[in-house]
Design a protein around this ligand. Sequence first.
Ligand SMILES: O=P(O)(O)OC[C@H]1O[C@H](OP(=O)(O)OP(=O)(O)O)[C@H](O)[C@@H]1O
Ligand SMILES: Nc1ncnc2[nH]cnc12
Length: 187
Amino acid sequence: MLEEENGTDPRLLAISAAIRVVPHFPKPGIMFNDITPLLLRPKAFKDAIEIFAERYRGMGIHAVAGIEARGFMFGSPLAIAIGAKFIPLHKPGKLPGKTISEAYALEYGTDCLEMHVDAVQPGENVLIIDDLVATGGTLRAAIRVLERAGAEVVECGCIVGLPKFKAGYRINGRPVYMLVEAISKTS
Ligand SMILES: O=P(O)(O)OC[C@H]1O[C@H](OP(=O)(O)OP(=O)(O)O)[C@H](O)[C@@H]1O
Ligand SMILES: Nc1ncnc2[nH]cnc12
C-alpha cells in the first residue's frame, strides 16, 4: 500500500477501489488494470485530477503531454486545471503535421508515439500523464520524444502503477509519481 493510501488521503482509497482488475486481458498472463470504472465515478475521477493539480500547480509547467489513449482522459482536464497547454502524444498516423516519433515495446506488443514538432518549444517544462505504468516503456518513449524536441520533462504522473514505481523511481532520470498501486499478479 502507498503511504498516502495508509490513512492520510481517503480520496486515494476511492480511486484504488474504482480500478477493475481483469485477469488474462488482452493476453494470457496479463492482469489488466482497467481505469474505465473510475471514469464512471465523477467524484473519484475529479479527485484524481485534483490530486495531480495540487501537486503540479504553481510549478511553472507549460504543458501536459498525454499519451494516447487513456492518458488523454486524465491529461487534458489536468492541463485545464493547472493552466497549461495540452500536447497529445499519438499512436502512429493520427497527426497531420510534421512529427517526431519513438518506437517502444509493451507488455503485450510494440507501438510508437508521435508528436507534432511544433507542439513544444525548447526549454518548456512538460509533465507527462498516462493512466498506467507497467514496464515503463511507454513513458520512456514519451520522455525521449519530448526531450528530443528540447522540452524539460519535470515528472511522469500516472493514476496506477506497478509497486516498483513507488516514491523515488525514475525513468530515464525523470521522476515517476503514481496515485495507487496496480494489481500485477495472476493467482
Ligand atoms: O508501462 P508500459 O508497459 O509501457 O504500459 C503502459 C501503457 O499501456 C497502456 O496503453 P496501451 O499501449 O495498451 O494503449 P491504449 O491506451 O491505446 O489502449 C497504458 O495506457 C499505458 O500507456
Ligand atoms: N497490466 C496492464 N493493465 C492495463 N494497461 C496496461 N498496459 C500495459 N500493461 C497494462
